[in-house]
Design a protein around this ligand. Structure first.
Ligand code: FES
Length: 123
């Protein structure tokens, strides 16, 4: 990586990074998995695997899968957020791999929130 020697360099890096982010998530359904240390300890990797398998199985190529770090909700891990364009961000918690196909089918594909697994929502 080139050395950052001016504010202009920093600005360029920021613009490139935001281009990448919007390219990955622009207008698409986003799935965000909590991969902080406690998330991983609680099984977030298995959740990630289950999400990838389910998207593959259903041939869903227009869904972005992202990770996030600690969001201060250890006791509710593993966590997974679904954001459909123009709709609130829904956080699901205390997940098992068995919950993943249901969330993908109900919420990601059909837009119906899986209420019994919701632990938070942000408008
Ligand atoms: S490490 Fe678990 S909430 Fe931060």
């Amino acid at each position: 990586m080139p050395k950052i020697s001016s504010l202009e360099d920093l600005r360029k890096i920021k613009e490139e990074a935001s281009d990448l982010t919007s390219a990955r998530s622009g207008g698409r359904v986003r799935i965000i998995i909590g991969m902080g240390t406690c998330g991983i300890a609680a099984g977030a990797r298995a959740i990630m695997d289950a999400v990838m398998r389910e998207l593959e199985k259903r041939g869903l190529k227009d869904v972005s899968v992202e990770t996030t770090g600690c969001i201060g909700m250890c006791q509710q891990e593993p966590l997974l957020d679904v954001i459909r364009p123009g709709e609130p961000r829904i956080t699901y918690g205390r997940l098992t791999t068995e919950d993943v196909p249901r969330i993908v089918a109900e919420h990601v594909v059909n837009g119906n929130i899986v209420e019994d697994k919701v632990i938070g929502r942000t408008d």
